[in-house]
Design a protein around this ligand. Structure first.
Ligand SMILES: [Zn+2]
Length: 263
């Protein structure tokens, strides 16, 4: 098989089902990585009563609906965030399937969007971006570029270097000017990962989109009296949104921009 399109309509069924299953694993990552727990052992268990979750109770979305959002043993509520994250991941993977021209490209898009989704969930709740996702992502972004005819390994390496190096410079300057830390090293590594997948132009577009959306939300919060100038927004959330937007809509935006500047 040469590309995902050969599966025809089954491709979207496959992408949706695989996206739900991996979305379920992202829930495990989002729960365990910030707590320093192993992601492979022990098996899934209820965080409230410790009861093991059986295979039948672990079907994405379906089990949550069948259990009416409660643990089968202790009836502790299972947050809506769990099925929501599974559905979001399935939707992203169907979008990736529509866009990818080859299997390497599909794997690249699936990895990037899932990693961004997990980082968004973890950064929003804990304000951390685990190395296990960002550093693995840098390696995966560069490695998968060799498997995809539509991506260039050199662009992946340059993107990672520009992403991590560029944001490190921005973070350094921000700290010097504002007098307090605006971004952490987690943001720097996350942008390195984004660059490894999207290349130099994609990483610049991501910084632009993340800064714009972060500023809009920050100014809105300050205007609503909910924040101060010292407010620290989880920048990883905006980087995740910016990277996914740049992945899906970046190519036409970058092409339009280049047209504006005759060579
Ligand atoms: Zn329970």
């Amino acid at each position: 098989m040469t590309g995902p399109s050969e599966l025809g309509p089954f491709l979207y069924l496959f992408a949706g089902a695989a996206g739900l299953l991996v979305g379920s694993f992202l829930n495990v990552l989002a729960h365990r990585l910030p707590r320093g727990e192993s992601v492979v052992w022990p098996g899934s268990h209820c965080p409230a009563c410790g009861a093991p979750i059986t295979a039948l109770q672990n079907i994405p979305v379906v089990s949550w609906i069948a259990l009416r959002g409660k643990c089968a043993v202790c009836r502790a509520p299972i947050p809506l965030r769990y099925p929501a994250l599974e559905i979001a991941n399935a939707a992203l993977w169907i979008g990736v399937a529509l866009k990818a021209r080859d299997w390497g490209g599909f794997l690249s898009g699936a990895f990037l969007t899932s990693a961004c989704l997990a980082l968004l969930a973890i950064d929003a709740e804990f304000q951390i971006l685990p190395d296990k996702i960002t550093l693995t992502g840098i390696a995966a972004g560069i490695g998968l570029a060799f498997l995809s005819p539509s991506r260039a390994p050199l662009s992946a390496v340059l993107g990672a270097a520009l992403g991590a190096g560029g944001l490190f410079l921005v973070a350094f300057l921000y700290e010097k000017i504002a007098g307090h830390e605006g971004m952490g090293l987690g943001d720097v590594k996350m942008l390195g990962m984004i660059g490894a997948f999207l290349g130099p132009a994609g990483v610049l577009l991501t910084i632009l989109l993340a800064s714009l959306s972060g500023s809009v939300v920050g100014i809105a919060l300050i205007a609503a009296g909910a924040g101060t100038r010292k407010l620290r927004l989880p920048f990883g959330v905006f980087l995740a949104i910016g990277a996914v937007a740049a992945y899906f809509f970046g190519a036409p935006l970058i092409a339009r921009y280049r047209e504006m500047w005759p060579q």
